[in-house]
Design a binder for this molecule. Structure first.
Ligand code: FES
Length: 464
C-alpha cells in the first residue's frame, strides 16, 4: 500500500546518505518516510535501555524520530523535508557499546536516578562513569567542527514571525476547525479588530477526527479555511507554536521550521483576549511493550496514511473506545487496510501486550472475566483509538485548571478543563474551544469556536 504524499506535485528523485549507504527518496517527502520505504524502521533508541524507537506521532511532538541531519542533532525526521545530498544518521550510529551491552542493560532494573547513587566516589571513577553514561544515552553530538547552522534570520518561518506586530486584539492559538471558527467570529465582531491566528503545522484545518465519510464535515473545514485566508483582519502564521503564556497578556511564539538550517526564533506578542483552541494529541494506554514502533494513535495513523502516504501495511488491529474507534475503523476501511480485530476497550476484553523485535508484529488480549489470555493476533500495525488528551499545557499557564474525566474505561481517562473561560486580573480574557474541552463532535467544535471567538472580541472591544 505505497502511495505518494498527498501534497506531491512534480516528483523529483534525490539521493541522500544514510549511515554510509546511498539511498534514494523523493524531494520534499519527510526524511522518515524515505527511510521507511528503504526498510529503515528504527530511527532512534530509548535513552536508558536502548529500545528501538520509530515514527509515532508524525507531527514533531514525541521526538522518537529525532536523527542527526547534516550534522545537526535532534532533528525530527517525520516533519523534515528530504533534500538532495542530505547526510542522515541515527544519533548513536556506531556506538562503542554494541547491542550486547544494550541487551545486558535491559536485564538490569536500574532505579530512577541511579546515576546519582552509584559510582559517585572516588572522583575519577565518577568522572569515567558519567562521561561514558552520557555517550550511551545516544542523544546526539554537536559537531563543533561543522559550519554553524544557526542563522536566526534565515528561513520563511523566521521572516514571518519577525514581521508580526507586537500586539493584537485577539490571538487564537490553534488552526483547527474550532480555531478557524473562533478567528472568523472575532473578525466579524464590529470592525477594526486585529486577529492573529497561530498554527503549529504547515496547514490550517487541524487534526480533529471525523468520520471519513462525512463529506459535509470536509466541506465545512475547507469553507472555514478559505474564509479565514480571505479575511484581511486575520493574520495567519503557520509553523509557529504558542510556546508560553505570560500573565497578564503575553504569548511567546516560536517559529518551528524543522530544517536544520532554519531554526525557530522567538517573539513576544500581547493581546487583549485569547482563544486557546490547542486541540488534542493521541494518548496511548499502558500495556506490555506499548513503546514498540508500529503502535500509533488515530491522528498519527491519519497523518501517515493520508498526508504522507507511508506504506504502513495491509493489516491493522484497532483497540479503543467510542467515536475515535468507529471513525478510525471507517478511515482504515476507506484506505483499504484490513482489520484483524476491532476491540472496544470497555468491553470484556483488554489489550495486555504487543510483541515484535523492531516493529509490532502481534498483540495479545485477555478476558477481564476469566483472566484467560487469548491467541496472538498478527498485524502490520496497531492503532489505539482513544479520545485525545487535550493540549492543556498552554491554557494551564494561563491559569485554567484541569481534572480527570470520568470515562468508564480507565484507558480513556484524560484531563479536562474545569471552566472554559477565565479573566486574568488586570490582564487578558482567555477562552477555550475545541478538543481541549473534551468535545469530539464536529458541529460542536465549530460552534464552540464561534462562541469563544465572539466573546473574546467582545472582551477586547470592551477593554479598549
Ligand atoms: S516527532 Fe516524529 S514521529 Fe513524533
Amino acid at each position: 500500500m505505497d502511495s505518494m504524499p498527498r501534497s506531491a506535485g512534480i516528483i523529483e528523485k534525490v539521493s541522500f546518505s544514510f549511515e554510509g549507504r546511498t539511498l534514494e527518496g523523493i524531494a520534499g517527502e519527510p526524511v522518515a518516510r524515505a527511510l521507511f520505504r528503504a526498510g529503515v524502521r528504527t530511527l532512534s533508541y530509548s535513552m536508558k535501555y536502548h529500545y528501538p524507537r520509530g515514527i509515532r506521532c508524525g507531527r514533531g511532538r514525541c521526538r522518537q524520530c529525532d536523527m542527526e541531519i547534516n550534522g545537526c542533532p535532534g532533528v525530527p525526521s517525520c516533519i523534515t523535508p528530504l533534500e538532495a545530498g542530505m547526510v542522515i544518521r541515527r544519533e548513536d550510529f556506531r556506538p562503542f557499546y554494541a547491542p550486547l551491552v544494550s541487551s545486558l542493560m535491559r536485564k538490569l532494573t536500574l532505579p530512577a536516578g541511579f546515576y546519582y547513587r552509584f559510582f559517585t566516589k572516588p572522583k575519577f571513577i565518577n568522572k569515567t562513569f558519567s562521561s561514558n553514561l552520557r555517550k550511551m544515552t545516544g542523544i546526539g553530538r554537536l559537531h563543533t567542527d561543522s559550519p554553524p547552522f544557526i542563522a536566526r534570520s534565515s528561513g520563511p518561518g523566521s521572516a514571518v514571525i519577525h514581521s508580526l506586530s507586537n500586539s493584537y486584539d485577539v490571538i487564537v492559538v490553534g488552526g483547527g476547525v474550532a480555531g478557524l471558527s473562533a478567528a472568523l467570529a472575532a473578525a466579524s465582531f464590529g470592525s477594526g479588530a486585529r486577529i492573529l491566528l497561530v498554527e503549529e503545522t504547515a496547514e490550517l484545518g487541524g487534526l480533529a477526527l471525523f468520520d471519513p465519510r462525512d463529506r459535509e464535515g470536509r466541506a465545512e473545514k475547507d469553507r472555514l479555511r478559505l474564509a479565514v485566508e480571505a479575511k484581511k483582519s486575520i493574520t495567519v502564521v503557520c509553523r509557529a507554536v504558542g510556546l508560553g503564556y505570560y500573565p497578564p497578556d503575553t504569548l511567546l511564539v516560536q517559529s518551528s521550521e524543522s530544517c536544520p538550517s532554519r531554526p525557530g526564533i522567538l517573539k513576544r506578542i500581547r493581546a487583549k483576549a485569547f482563544v486557546f483552541a490547542t486541540g488534542a494529541y493521541d494518548s496511548l494506554p499502558l500495556f506490555e511493550n506499548n513503546h514498540l514502533p508500529g503502535i500509533f494513535g488515530p491522528r498519527a495513523v491519519r497523518l501517515f496514511l493520508e498526508r504522507d502516504g507511508y506504506p504502513l501495511g495491509d493489516t491493522a488491529v484497532i483497540y479503543g473506545t467510542g467515536r475515535p474507534l468507529e471513525d478510525t475503523a471507517a478511515f482504515l476501511e476507506s484506505r483499504g487496510v484490513r482489520t484483524a480485530a476491532v476491540v472496544e476497550a470497555g468491553s470484556g476484553t483488554r489489550l495486555t501486550a504487543a510483541g515484535g523485535r523492531w516493529w509490532v508484529q502481534h498483540v495479545t488480549f485477555k478476558s477481564r472475566n476469566s483472566g484467560k489470555t487469548g491467541p496472538k493476533v498478527s498485524c502490520d500495525f496497531l492503532c489505539l483509538a482513544f479520545p485525545g488528551q487535550g493540549t492543556y499545557e498552554l491554557p494551564q499557564q494561563a491559569g485554567f485548571q484541569f481534572r480527570f474525566s470520568d470515562d468508564a474505561s480507565f484507558e480513556a481517562k484524560r484531563l479536562l478543563p474545569i471552566e472554559p473561560e477565565r479573566r486574568i486580573e488586570a490582564g487578558s480574557a482567555c477562552f477555550l474551544a475545541g478538543e481541549i474541552t473534551g468535545e469530539t463532535d464536529r458541529r460542536r467544535l465549530v460552534e464552540q469556536g464561534r462562541e469563544a471567538g465572539g466573546k473574546a472580541a467582545a472582551e477586547a472591544a470592551g477593554s479598549s
